[in-house]
Design a protein around this ligand. Structure first.
Ligand code: CMX
Length: 403
């Protein structure tokens, strides 16, 4: 996609959308009947792993190259290229959203003029939850754009209200006191956090849910709410909370001491008997350490190298993969993004673990809504895969039904 200097995201998008519509039309005309790969019975029973069945433009995971690429840019490249607050290291999440939705690295002006103005107009100091924020105008792509921008702008307030309801007895903030702002390094962490959790291609539970629900022409508020229910599962977003629970228990079990890996190993192995899965390890697509883990590790080395919980996370990185490899079940024994985030949040005082999935959701909105804008703009159809019964499958492959 060609870069443009306009700072109006809506104009940039309208231009891109019409070009992309005709590019895809030509592609379908030429290659519409071309077969791609094959599907096995194991893939059908195995949660559709590896089946290519979705078009999702915002990012792609490369399992072997260990890259999450947002329109071709890896996390380190995004950290380097996207606009930043002067003097700060981590890029602005607003810039990542521009990249996700346009495929172009924005200028500083595009981020500050277009997005900040857009959000500023829309930030809404209200306590209504996401599902109530929706309005009845779901059919047209410009409304999906408007509603998505509206939702992204309001989500920080919705998330803040959830926090106040859960942990501050439902109080509200009438005046903003900037002297109570979080530590500047925590703000940096939040920028990093919002970027690395935003998008992980389309097949993961939350992204796929928003894609599926959106394909019924449900509006962005409904699609996002549905996705959040999936993100709250322990095999998905809730894993960051689960990680912290067992890390804390492990730390306690070791008498609060962080020893070297040889000393941790027996206690960890004893814990494994109780853990069905080691949270924060493994991945359905990646086959090496998640780059989202690596950049959090780099952040920790820079800002909290002596934190006992970080040391524990780091020691476990040397132990867990070998244990999982020996066990021989997990296809990927390496840590994912959730293995690290809880310890960083806790270090800066965000100890309320039940809240972590809410933060994850604020970030994931950037990727899911960027895709939803495109799915509607390109007129993607209702998602409706064909299901089969076991008997039907057996007949199809010529198996003996009596076993
Ligand atoms: N600890 C122990 N066993 C694990 C494991 C882990 N961390 N990861 C996978 N396995 C096991 C699976 O349970 C499965 O066992 P069975 O054959 O007995 O059912 C086997 O290894 C094969 O699984 P897989 O193909 O490697 O992994 P899946 O694609 O089925 O699942 C995931 C991927 C992430 C759900 C899984 O690795 C897991 O449960 N990890 C722990 C939870 C977690 O960290 N989730 C967060 C992922 C990132 C995110 O979405 O936020």
């Amino acid at each position: 996609m060609n870069a443009t200097t306009s700072t109006n995201l809506r104009d940039v998008l309208s231009n891109l959308i019409s070009k992309e519509q005709s590019r895809i039309k030509n592609f379908k005309t030429q290659y519409g009947k071309t077969n791609i790969g094959s599907i096995s019975v194991d893939m059908i029973y195995g949660g559709m792993r590896g089946m290519k069945g979705l078009v999702y433009e915002t990012s792609v995971l490369d399992a072997d190259e260990v890259r999450i690429r947002s329109h071709g840019y890896s996390i380190p490249e995004c950290q380097q290229l996207l606009p930043k607050v002067p003097g700060r290291a981590e890029p602005l999440p607003e810039g990542l959203f521009w990249l996700l939705v346009t495929g172009q690295v924005p200028t500083e002006e595009q981020v500050s003029v277009s997005l900040v103005m857009h959000y500023g107009e829309r930030v809404w100091h209200s306590s209504l939850a996401i599902a109530f924020v929706r309005i009845e105008k779901c059919f047209f792509s410009q409304f999906v754009y408007e509603d998505s921008m509206d939702l992204i702008a309001k989500l920080p307030c919705v998330a803040a209200k959830i926090y106040l309801n859960l942990y501050r007895e439902g109080s509200s903030i009438s005046t903003i006191d900037s002297s109570l702002d979080c530590d500047a390094t925590f703000t940096e962490l939040m920028r990093l956090y919002l970027i690395i959790h935003s998008d992980h291609e389309g097949g993961n539970v939350s992204a796929h849910t928003s894609h599926l629900v959106g394909s019924a022409l449900s509006d962005p508020y409904l699609s996002f709410s549905a996705a959040m229910n999936g993100l709250a599962g322990p095999l998905h977003g809730l894993a960051n909370q689960e990680v912290l629970v067992w890390l804390t228990a492990l730390h306690k079990e070791m008498g609060g001491e962080v020893s070297d890996e040889k000393e941790i190993q027996p206690t960890f192995l004893a814990f494994c008997l109780y853990l069905q899965v080691v949270p924060g390890y493994g991945h359905a697509v990646l086959r090496k350490t998640d780059p989202g883990y690596t950049c959090q590790q780099e952040f920790a080395f820079k800002h909290l190298p002596d934190d006992p919980m970080f040391k524990l996370v780091h020691q476990l990185y040397k132990i867990v993969p070998n244990v999982l490899l020996k066990q021989g079940k997990a296809k990927n024994p390496w840590p994912n993004v959730d293995a690290h985030s809880g310890v960083l949040l806790q270090y800066y005082g965000m100890t309320e673990m039940n809240y972590y999935t809410v933060l994850f959701g604020v970030s994931r909105a950037l990727g899911m809504l960027a895709q939803l804008i495109w799915s509607r703009a390109l007129g993607f159809p209702l998602e409706r895969p064909k299901s089969m019964s076991t008997n039907g499958l057996m007949t199809l492959v010529g198996a003996n039904k009596s076993g």
